[in-house]
Write a protein that binds this ligand. Sequence first.
Ligand code: COA
Length: 382
Amino acid sequence: MTTKTSPSTSTIKQNRGGLEGVVAATTTLSRVEGTAGRLTYHGYNIHDLARTTTFEEIAYLLWFGKLPTRMELVDLKVRLLEERTLPTVVLQVLSDLPSTTAPMDALRTAVSAWGAATIQGKPNLDQAIALTARFPVFLSAFHRLRNGLKPLESHPELGYAANYLYLLSGHMPKEEHVRALDAYLVLLADHGMNASTFTARVVASTESDIASAVVGAIGALKGPLHGGAPSKVQDMLEAIGTQDRAESWMRDALARGERLMGFGHRAYKTEDPRAEELRELARLADPREFALARRIEELALALLEEQKPGRRLYTNVEFYSAVVLASVGLPGDLFTPTFAASRVVGWTAHILEQVANNRLIRPEADYTGPTEQHFVPLGERQ
Ligand code: COA
């Protein structure tokens, strides 16, 4: 006899699936207040941080739990600088990948190879710094290799954001591009218990190593419901092309049951505060592209409201990320890897927080399959 069990009603009530509303860890790193539309890192408002700090300051804040003094910041920059090398084993692996490989896959492979060759012992801060410093190195090396160019050495006078742009193009980056990318990296560095951070913490909780935890996180970030959205936003902006096509294009997409990329968020019930900052950055970075994006945003919000009045979906971080990242010269398939080059700080800070007070993360599942089945041996089955 086959019977079906059903999940307990209390579980269904509390949880629509996707662990919505479930508290999976305690953290002192960042706080997402979805109803207020507020994001803070260690209590500092993201708006203040995005307008006045550099990515290295935020890395210090998340790793050390306080904003650095000038000297502390110099020390961290020196440590990051010393680690900005491309190990031979990673160069070899990246050279062997087909040039059609998605950069996010190349990054995941590079981190895995680096971990295999380098990492021993429990996750620690030195490893976090060494790995973070190498994200732009790995990404730019792969980008150059796939274009038939040799990877470059890091520029000793350039910080994290500027060096990334330099490593990709071989040219000294424009000041306004560095500032825009730095602000982007600050905005994306951490965000509560998002899917990739949760993945990193789950892997770390098994007492696995830092590279394995970050490889898992890269895999989670890649999906379009998480960090994979901005290149799809760019595809949408390009496909729409001109303002007069926007409404019919989006109506058709919604009628096909597709989601409009760059809208909606699990945590925010109002505008994502990062979207507000990125909108301003986009306005300054590329006024022409901004005008089209702004019109599409307004129409998209109106159409989503029309589709389900009162549901209220808002612009998320990915919509204007696409405009900002394109304006600093990045190709669409480097958008999500660049997100990773920021979020690696959050991932590693969470991994260190997890191992400092570890308990294996091991939830349960409500079993809904058949029960009490009568077993029949292979030869007697029909
Ligand atoms: N376009 C159209 N409809 C959307 C939508 C979007 N961007 N985002 C959510 N919805 C709809 C869903 O279809 C669903 O409708 P239903 O209740 O009629 O089935 C409802 O809104 C709730 O969606 P759900 O998927 O349960 O919400 P969530 O909390 O899991 O979604 C996202 C969060 C981010 C996954 C979702 O908003 C989305 O897919 N956005 C587009 C991708 C994106 O921009 N990702 C980057 C996130 S930072």
